[in-house]
Design a protein around this ligand. Structure first.
Ligand code: ZN
Length: 413
């Protein structure tokens, strides 16, 4: 066993143990507070809604324990268990050792790993979401979506991989710099193309009809100096009862999208407050900061990969006997999350700071009480728990827990 195998196994064991420990704490905390609505919410959330949120969190949490365990086992099976080694031998016999063979190795590994985890995803949708009244999709729709996603992944992923593998082969020792530049260009292209070409394959987007609401939104956009290609309503209710709102696209191709489920529960004041929060992320340059940060992180990732790809121990330590470009890309993709999980609390901390800033921005643009009542409705209707474990939420939550967020907003009013 080489030293890297030991490092990998130790990191994986620590990651799995920390995740399992945090989840156990979280579920115990939610269970303990199941029967009592927190003081600050007593006049807005009924005991029934509070218990439903607890039960939903517990059911999802238990499944995610299983799912994390299975992911770790699958990762071991494909690396040290010889899965990638076997697929590499198979594909180099069938498709040759070149770029085509490389693409086949990567895509077939990702496909098989996905297939192993599919039963849990199906269970989540058709058992848990169903039981709590959130699921609106049918098995036929579900598998149609999956087939479409697979086809898109191949249509978009295969050319990208071909380009990457070609650069690895031809660009000399600084190939990783080119590969990074290609990936950056590709993600800009995708953010531009997503709202117009990809999202409409899955959902219907209709321009917002409600003229009164539309005028208020236009006024808000104008106040904030925000240019967009329009406000759309998405038929999210076709698949799920969960509601949301988001921005999509870049440059002059930006769109604002509301789920129909969200518009059906929030009044105009609340919709405006939610939108003002999202605009805050743009005005305060959170979107740009996040883009720059992720470009910097992927730059160091590629530099590391450039070095690792030339080390024999990187392959043999992960159960692959012959170094190859496809092997380097694939192993890096699969194994780096085991190490980067320890950065998760840091990213989450910065994201939560951004959420507070966007809340403050929204409070200044509309009224704090509008955002508070919108948030309470969103927590209630999505059955999100109001009582997460403090350590669990510090590690995982990209948004501050409801009680802290609302306390911050109340202080502004
Ligand atoms: Zn936000």
């Amino acid at each position: 066993m080489n030293g890297f195998t030991v490092t990998f196994l130790v990191a994986l064991a620590i990651a799995v143990a920390i995740e399992a420990w945090l989840m156990r704490r979280h579920l115990a905390h939610v269970q303990t507070h199941r029967s009592e609505v927190p003081e600050a919410f007593r006049d807005r959330i009924t005991p029934e809604a509070h218990r439903k949120a607890a039960d939903y969190t517990l059911a999802k949490g238990r499944v995610s324990q299983w799912s994390r365990g299975l992911s770790a086992a699958t990762l071991l099976l494909f690396t040290l268990g010889g899965g990638i080694e076997w697929l590499s031998t198979f594909w180099s016999r069938v498709a040759g050792p070149g770029i085509l063979g490389g693409i086949c190795i990567i895509l077939s590994t990702l496909f098989l790993m996905h297939l192993i985890e599919l039963p849990i995803a199906v269970y989540q949708t058709f058992s848990i979401e169903q039981r709590f009244g959130f699921n609106r999709t049918t098995p036929a729709q579900y598998f149609k979506d999956m087939a479409l996603q697979a086809a898109l992944s191949i249509a978009i992923g295969a050319p990208l991989l071909a380009l990457m593998l070609w650069v690895m082969e031809r660009a000399g020792s600084l190939w990783w710099l080119w590969a990074w530049a290609i990936l950056m260009g590709f993600s800009v292209l995708m953010s531009w193309a997503f709202p117009t070409f990809i999202a409409p394959l899955f959902n219907k987007f209709t321009p917002l009809q409600d003229q009164d609401l539309k005028q208020r939104i236009d006024r808000l956009l104008e106040r904030c100096g925000f240019l967009s290609k329009g406000v759309f309503v998405m038929d999210g209710s076709r698949r799920s009862g969960h509601g949301n709102a988001y921005f999509t696209g870049i440059g002059n191709n930006k769109r604002i999208v509301f789920f129909d489920t969200l518009l059906s529960t929030l009044d105009h004041d609340e919709v405006e407050a939610v939108l003002a929060h999202e605009l805050g992320h743009f005005k305060l340059k959170h979107v740009l900061k996040m883009l720059v940060a992720s470009a910097a992180i992927s730059f160091s990732g590629f530099a590391l990969l450039g070095w690792l790809a030339g080390q024999d121990w990187f392959y043999t330590g992960l159960g692959v006997s012959t170094p190859s470009h496809a092997g380097a890309l694939l192993l890096f993709l699969l194994v780096s999350p085991v190490f980067t999980i320890f950065l998760q609390p840091i990213t989450a901390y910065f994201q939560r700071r951004h959420e507070f800033e966007a809340d403050d921005f929204a409070a200044g643009q509309t009224r704090p009480s509008f955002l508070i009542s919108a948030l309470v409705k969103l927590y209630r209707d999505n059955a999100n728990t109001l009582t997460p474990d403090p350590l669990y939420s510090a590690f995982h939550y990209s948004h501050p827990p409801a009680s802290i967020r609302i306390a911050n907003l109340s202080a502004k009013s």
